[in-house]
Ligand binder design. Structure first.
Ligand code: FAD
Length: 470
């Protein structure tokens, strides 16, 4: 017999519970991917995500062919496509790994119901998380809103799946439609804006495992300190691989644990705790699905955001605010589809506080430009830095971008690499070039002479607006 294995954000073979379910049931897997962005509503994947997915699907197909199988690609609508595949492939079952974006959860529940009503076995599995979003509950039986107790509970119930390696050969299935060509999904960039991406990234399962190895051999030791340093390759850069499910988080944890010694334990624990924030964001999004649009904290209903000035927002997007650390981050994002976490917080604070623009505006831009754009993590990240979230940095904590740069990019290397026109300015001037207008004009005449918002005045206005919202 045959089973449809419906790939989504689980673009790997090892540790793939849906694939394993088909094989364990003795069914030959028909591996499919169905492109249906219109079923994702306002949060259809953005351009950078699509560019990544294009390559990740190609990599998955290569892996499958190496094992005597292949990936078949289709256009939605999803349910009708699955129903017709069940018929034409004579399949007994459909298996997939769960996604947790609110609209997708609802859609997938309806798909499961319909398939079962027509007598087809339809099962979903956990392929993405250490803990299902609904599995951890407070003493009162409700969801957590604060990270620390959530994580304490997670550690007390720690029990991860064992690693599973996909067989070297998979049963070949000749029947059924072969689908469309990858190019017909129109995921790849039509203009070459993404060329910078592929010097840094290798989408797909092999690339994910390689990134993990590089991390274990390098930045893992010292991660606690280096994770905050955008001027160093101090983090794992696994976020897009985790988002697309090219590696299972429990495989990452297991690999790190093989390196555990008294010396490495604090760094490994710090890293696993960051994976914990990923778990927490999925927990929050599942229980509070409206927070992709709405402030978690109702106080912000009365908050006076600045009127969105499109020229100012465009200056932020393009890295032309006149604040070097902000501009460096926004240009890094545009060039490689990723930004260091510390700098995400700096550019976010600048937008939401100094510029007083609602975080939704920032979340949207990130959504389109990040290769790791992830509805749960992005929503949590923006509500956190916007001060509006469940377990958020309070709104009155306004980052000073100059002191942030001096602390986390002390030699100015990060600024120099993304805002090269400022590289000839010495530190600390490189982080606050407007303080020497003559030198700035001489070195980088094209760079904004002043920040688009005065640092002190912007901070005061933000705090006043916060006071007034009481
Ligand atoms: P590492 O430091 O190596 O961390 C390992 C993994 O832990 C990451 O790959 C990620 O999966 C997870 N992780 C780390 N930090 C966080 C965090 N704060 N919240 C949730 N998970 C975390 N992350 C995304 O994956 N997608 C997003 O769309 C996203 N948007 C963000 C928006 C803002 C405003 C902020 C402040 C943060 C956002 N993050 C997002 C979280 C974080 O910045 C990235 O996960 C991290 O920079 C990825 O780099 P890394 O893999 O090298 O991280």
């Amino acid at each position: 017999g045959h089973a449809i294995v419906w790939f989504r954000n689980d673009l790997r073979l090892d540790d793939n519970p849906a694939l394993r379910a088909a094989l364990d049931a003795g069914l030959a897997p028909v591996c499919v991917y169905i492109h249906a962005p219109d079923e994702e509503g306002d949060w259809a994947p953005g351009a950078a995500s699509n560019a990544w997915r294009h390559r990740s699907l190609a990599a998955l197909d290569t892996e499958l062919r190496r094992r005597g199988s292949r990936l078949r690609l289709f256009h939605g609508p999803t349910l009708a496509t699955l129903q017709s595949l069940v018929q034409t492939c004579d399949a007994e079952a459909v298996f997939w790994n769960r996604r947790y974006d609110p609209l997708i959860e609802t859609r997938d529940a309806a798909i499961k119901r319909s398939l079962r009503e027509s007598g087809v076995q339809a099962d979903s599995h956990n392929g993405a998380l250490l803990f299902e979003p609904w599995s951890l509950q407070t003493g009162q039986g409700g969801p957590y809103k604060v990270f620390t107790p959530f994580w304490r509970k997670a550690l007390s119930e720690w029990q991860l799946p064992e690693a599973w390696t996909a067989p070297r050969m998979l049963p070949k299935v000749d029947s059924g439609p072969s689908g469309v060509a990858l190019d017909d999904l129109h995921l790849a960039a039509t203009l070459p804006w993404d060329t910078g991406f592929w010097q840094l990234w290798q989408p797909g399962e092999a690339g994910a495992h390689e990134a993990l190895e590089v991390f274990i051999d390098g930045a893992m030791r010292g991660y606690r300190a280096s994770r905050d340093r955008p001027d160093q390759a101090g983090t794992s850069r696994l976020s897009p691989h985790l988002h697309f499910g090219e590696i299972a988080p429990w495989r990452v944890v297991a690999a790190l644990d093989t390196e555990r010694t008294a010396a490495t334990a604090p760094d490994i624990d710090a890293y696993v705790r960051e994976l914990g924030w990923r778990e927490f964001s999925h927990h929050l999004l599942h229980h509070f699905p409206k927070t992709t649009e709405q402030d978690f904290n109702p106080r912000f209903k009365r908050f006076q955001w600045a009127r969105a000035d499109s020229a100012q927002i465009e200056a932020w997007r393009r890295g032309r605010t006149g604040v070097p650390i902000v501009d460096a981050g926004m240009r890094e994002l545009w060039n490689v589809g990723w930004m260091h976490n510390r700098v995400r917080m700096i550019v976010g604070s600048w937008l939401c506080k100094h510029m007083r623009i609602h975080w939704r505006e920032g979340a949207r831009w990130f959504w389109d430009t990040l290769v790791d754009a992830d509805l749960a993590n992005n929503t949590l990240g923006w509500q956190w830095i916007g001060g509006t979230g469940a377990d958020a940095s309070p709104y009155f904590r306004v980052f000073n971008p100059v002191t942030q740069a001096e602390k986390f990019d002390p030699r100015g290397d990060y600024i120099a690499s993304w805002v090269p026109e400022l590289a000839d300015l010495p530190m600390p001037l490189r982080a606050s070039p407007w303080t020497d207008p003559k030198l700035l004009e001489a070195v980088a005449p094209g760079y904004p002479a002043q920040p688009i918002v005065d640092l002190a005045a912007g901070r005061e206005a933000a705090l006043a607006a916060y006071q007034a919202s009481r």
